[in-house]
Write a protein that binds this ligand. Structure first.
Ligand code: 13P
Ligand code: SF4
Length: 307
């Protein structure tokens, strides 16, 4: 703890020197989340904050697609990521060329793309979504385009979960989150048997039978709000492991139990490499301006939708 306290103090000093903000995702470890994050939240919240912030430098305490999204929304700012290897299995599942093929196969249908994608995929997109607004975005796109089907890529499970909540037809892709696809309905059944009173919350990137067996499905921010609002005695968060640690800090008395999976990409970000990132101004994330311009339209449309 003394080492972490020193690092936290050093990072907070460096932030002021560099005119930097740290945008930290809910899956960051608690030392980052509670110690140095200026803004913490889900993918949607981080994107909105990137658009709003007037700092010169954004340090993305998250994964690469999040840093690209920040750069797309704030082209004049320097966007840094502490480790360039912080990727995402969903973002790696599809390329811009794939999207062009899908569009050729389904001409006239809008392309809705999860923010967990690279900038070249966003550049082929009509509007982005996150797990917090996917149903709203799909319904908006169907109405705007005057169609009854939309393309929703690349998360197969998110697409199925959205399809269960709307009459709009969904054309999906086969991408998966390597963290959430590993949860099973048997995990939920085991928790129900062991802790009959516990409330079970699952992320929409989980398989559909996991969500069907859970009490609530929502983005990481929606899970936080649910726990903060209802303060259940016992809660199971079917998602990345740091979520429970981070939320627990704000809701004393709630017991967090049950399985979780680590995201190896999120876990590449540490206090040490955040400190180094601010000292050496590394690693800068850039997006070619023509690509960024096309991607910006898709991200900004999402950001501009009413809450
Ligand atoms: P949200 O924070 O938008 O729920 O996304 C979770 C996730 O897996 C981001 O990588
Ligand atoms: Fe990607 Fe899943 Fe990790 Fe989020 S948790 S960054 S979706 S691999």
């Amino acid at each position: 703890w003394p080492v972490q306290a020193e690092l936290i103090a050093e990072i907070n000093r460096l932030k002021a020197d560099r005119d930097a903000v740290i945008l930290a995702h809910n899956y960051m470890t608690p030392d980052i989340f509670h110690g140095v994050g200026d803004y913490v939240g889900d993918s949607l919240g981080l994107a909105k904050e990137a658009a709003r912030s007037d700092a010169k430098v954004i340090v993305q305490a998250g994964v690469h697609f999040m840093a690209e999204t920040s750069k797309i929304l704030s082209p004049d700012k320097t966007v840094l990521i502490p480790d360039l290897r912080a990727g995402c299995s969903l973002a790696a599942s599809i390329t811009g060329a794939d999207v062009r093929l899908i569009k050729a196969r389904y001409p006239g249908l809008p392309v809705v793309t999860y923010v967990n994608t690279t900038a070249d995929v966003k550049a082929e997109t009509d509007i982005c979504c996150t797990s917090a607004n996917a149903v709203q975005v799909v319904e908006w796109a169907a109405k705007e385009w005057g169609v009854d089907r939309v393309i929703l890529i690349p998360d197969e499970f998110l697409a199925r979960n959205v399809a269960a909540q709307t009459t709009v037809g969904i054309i999906a892709w086969k991408g998966r989150c390597e963290v959430h696809e590993r949860f099973t309905a048997a995990d939920i059944a085991d928790m129900r048997a062991a802790y009959p009173g516990a409330e079970i919350l699952a992320h929409p990137e989980c398989p559909e039978d996991v969500l069907a067996a859970s009490d609530f499905a929502g983005s990481t921010a929606a899970m936080t709000d649910y726990v903060a609002g209802r303060k259940p005695k016992q809660v199971v968060l079917i998602t990345e492991c740091s979520m429970a640690s981070n939320v627990a800090g704000d809701v004393p008395g709630v017991q967090f139990i049950g399985p979780c999976n680590l995201c190896p990409h999120m876990k590449r970000i540490t206090l040490e490499n955040i400190r180094d990132c601010l000292i050496n101004m590394q690693f800068e994330v850039t997006v070619p301006e023509d690509m960024a311009e096309r991607a910006r339209l898709a991200v900004q449309r999402m950001v501009d939708l009413p809450p």
